[in-house]
Design a protein. Structure first.
Length: 342
C-alpha cells in the first residue's frame, strides 16, 4: 500500500459563525490517497472542534501509522481495529482511513460502498442547508442561496435568536431545523424551544452544553419538539448513557471515526428507540459522498458541507430538491478534479 496525506484548504462562500466558536472563512482538511494493485482510493479528514482535533494532530497521528503491516487494504475491519489497538488516533484521521479503505474495497469489487455495507435500499432522504449566525442582511442572502433546498438548518445560540427566526419566516415558509450548538441554558432552552414550536420547526439540536445530560432530560420533559444530541455523542459507546435525555442523535463521520463506527451507532440508536441523523463538518464532496452512503438507514440528513465551499476538489455529487445523489456507481462514487490528488 502506498499512502499519502495531502493538505487542502476549503474556502467558504461566506464567513461561517456558530455559537461558541470563532468565525471561519476557510477550513483546512487532509485528503488521504491510497494506492494498491492499480487502484487509487481516497478519504478525507476534516478535524472537529468537538473532538478538539487539528490538522497538526491528524499529521502526527498519520506519522504513527504503518498500513503496510497489514496484508491487504481489503481487510478493512482488521486494519481499522488494528489502528485503534495500537494507539488513540484522531477521529478525523480514522474517518479518512476508513473512507479510503472502503473506497478501495468498493472499487476492487466494482460496487458502491453502500452495497458493500449491505445497504440495499435507495430510499431518498432530503438534506438541509445550513444558515450560520450572521447579520440579518447576510441571512437574507443565505436564504436566497438555499433555493434548491426544501429544508433550512438555522444556527442559533445568540441574543438575536428570535429575531433571526422571525426574519427567515418573513422570507420563506420552508421547514426549519434549529441547531443551538450548546448555546443555551436550560430555562432559556425551554422558553425558546416552546416558541420555536409555532415557527414550523421540526426539531432542535444540542440546546445545552455537551456534558449537561441530566439538564437536557429536564428540558426534554418540558418541550414537545424532538431534541437531538450532537456534541453530546461521538461514538456508539456514548449512546446508552444519553438515550433517556434525547429523542435522537446526530452522527458525524469526523466525530465517530468513519462509516464502520457509524453503522454500529445506527444499530445502537435503534435499539434505544432513538431517531438518527447524519451531519457533517465543512467537507468536500469526498467526505459528503461517504456520509451519503448511509442515507437509506436514516431519518434526517444535514450533508450540505460541499455546498458551503467554493473550491471543491472532488466531483460526482448532484442535488435535486434537496436529495443528494452520488453519480459514480463504484466505491464512494466521486473523482478528484484537482490535479494534485489524481
Amino acid at each position: 500500500m502506498h499512502v499519502k496525506l495531502l493538505d487542502h484548504r476549503l474556502q467558504l462562500k461566506h464567513t461561517f459563525r456558530i455559537s461558541g466558536s470563532p468565525d471561519r472563512d476557510f477550513v483546512d482538511v487532509g485528503i488521504l490517497r491510497l494506492e494498491d494493485s492499480g487502484i487509487t482510493a481516497f478519504g478525507e479528514a476534516s478535524p472537529s472542534r468537538v473532538c478538539r482535533e487539528t490538522m497538526e494532530d491528524v499529521h502526527k497521528g498519520f506519522a504513527q501509522i504503518d498500513l503496510n503491516k497489514y496484508a491487504s487494504p481489503l481487510d478493512y475491519e482488521t486494519v481499522i481495529n488494528g489502528i485503534k489497538t495500537e494507539f488513540d488516533p484522531p477521529n478525523a484521521l480514522l474517518a479518512a482511513i476508513d473512507m479510503a479503505l472502503l473506497d478501495f474495497a468498493g472499487k476492487n469489487a466494482k460496487k458502491s460502498v453502500r452495497s458493500l455495507l449491505g445497504i440495499s435500499s435507495d430510499r431518498p432522504v432530503r438534506t438541509s442547508f445550513t444558515i450560520g449566525i450572521a447579520d440579518l442582511e447576510t441571512i437574507e442572502k443565505k436564504v436566497e442561496e438555499a433555493g434548491r433546498f426544501p429544508i433550512l438548518k438555522v444556527k442559533l445560540g445568540s441574543a438575536d435568536d428570535m429575531e433571526i427566526v422571525t426574519r427567515i419566516r418573513s422570507l420563506t415558509d420552508k421547514l426549519i431545523r434549529v441547531d443551538a450548538n450548546q448555546g443555551w441554558h436550560k430555562e432559556e432552552a425551554v422558553e425558546k424551544i416552546n416558541w420555536l414550536e409555532s415557527q414550523n420547526v421540526e426539531f432542535v439540536e444540542q440546546p445545552l452544553p455537551a456534558q449537561q445530560i441530566e439538564e437536557n432530560a429536564w428540558v426534554r420533559q418540558r418541550v414537545k419538539l424532538p431534541v437531538i444530541a450532537d456534541e453530546s455523542v461521538k461514538t456508539g459507546a456514548d449512546i446508552p448513557g444519553l438515550a433517556f435525555a434525547f429523542d435522537g442523535i446526530n452522527i458525524k463521520l469526523m466525530k465517530c471515526g468513519g462509516l464502520l463506527e457509524a453503522m454500529k451507532m445506527i444499530r445502537i440508536a435503534r435499539e434505544n428507540n432513538l431517531r438518527v441523523m447524519i451531519g457533517c463538518m465543512v467537507e468536500s464532496s469526498l467526505a459528503i459522498s461517504a456520509g451519503a452512503q448511509l442515507l437509506p438507514l436514516l431519518d434526517y440528513a444535514d450533508l450540505d458541507g460541499f455546498e458551503l465551499i467554493s473550491n471543491d476538489p472532488f466531483t460526482g455529487l448532484s442535488l435535486n430538491d434537496g436529495v443528494i445523489s452520488v453519480n459514480g456507481k463504484i466505491g464512494l462514487g466521486v473523482k478528484p478534479q484537482n490535479a494534485i490528488f489524481q
